[in-house]
Design a binder for this molecule. Sequence first.
Ligand code: NAD
Ligand code: UDP
Length: 342
Amino acid sequence: MAGTSSSTDVTDKQAARGGRRTIVTGGAGFLGSHLAARLLAQGDEVLALDNLVTGSEANLEPLRDHPRFRFVRHDVTVPWKGSAERVFNLACCASPKHYQSDPEKTVRTCMEGSLNMLRLAHRTDARIFQASTSEVYGEPEVHPQKESYRGSVSPIGPRACYDEGKRCAEALFFDYHRVHGTDIKVARIFNTYGPQMQLDDGRVVSNFIVQALRNEPITIYGDGSQTRSFCYVDDLIDGILALVDSPRGITGPMNLGNPVEITVLDLATRIIALTGSRSRLVRRPIPVDDPTRRCPDIGLAKETLGWSPRVPLEEGLRRTAEWFERKLRDGRQVPEITSAVA
Ligand code: NAD
Ligand code: UDP
């Protein structure tokens, strides 16, 4: 499945087969693999580009033989010379554990990766989507967070490589829009979870579910009173597609997430109950600059796109726990996205 062809070869071959030509960077990751499946299901040609730092070809197994799908191992800090009608720029590690393990690479992926994809979009007159993040709000002083809030980010802490990298990527997107008229769509994604997260991803939902299923201690960082708002992956992909299909000129930034806010401690309790686990809670130090509260105001997405999430937390957690249970039992990836591609 992994190709070695040149940029132009790949996109030219896809163009010959017809369909809307799309590039998904970070296509082998958690969100990217779900998005690629949905784009194929709606008839698009999909070229997934990924350097596999946190993504996995196993995520793409159900798509591998699809005639309109192609995967190429490629690092977005290197320009891609092909063309596309739509570009979805998702390449960037999203888990604090991973993006902090090589901060310089995180900054370069956000900035050089965005710039390379913006140049491609400008050159080929493509519409381009940017996966921005709630982290642009940093440690927010207002709740819930609206798009007009400019955030409170530490530029020197361990999260800065990601937070400032994503803020700079937003700046690049809006400069390309102002200077070149590039057709941009920017979403600020809030915590999203679901099948296809890596077992060792380090984010809270996958950590807690895997720990609960193994009856291992559940690691609460700090006292667990910090809050997040968790969106099920299918809802998020609906939101991304609604934004990208919206009329030219609707640029965002637009919050996409589930506005139901809960504490980390509450999340742990629900996962223990849901899985019938014998796990106990253990305290671990709170990471530096861990945001205290986070909750999206999704009024803009509701009003502009008619979008809001539909999957309640209990249901999303149940589906995710079932997927992880199968994965742990079978000892291999069990991709969830097969049905979407049929
Ligand atoms: P993920 O780590 O599963 O996926 C990221 C993908 O990008 C991986 O497949 C990784 O291998 C790839 N990648 C990283 N650096 C790259 C590079 N230099 N070149 C090519 N590929 C590279 O994370 P995810 O949750 O799927 O996140 C996808 C995007 O959405 C990211 O940009 C992230 O910042 C954004 N986002 C996600 C969430 C969330 O809760 N899942 C929240 C906010 C923003
Ligand atoms: N967290 C936790 N235990 C874990 C993993 C995370 O208590 O095993 C907490 C973390 O400190 C943060 C929240 O869960 O307050 C969400 O963390 P995650 O890494 O998923 O994403 P973030 O929103 O911080 O980027």
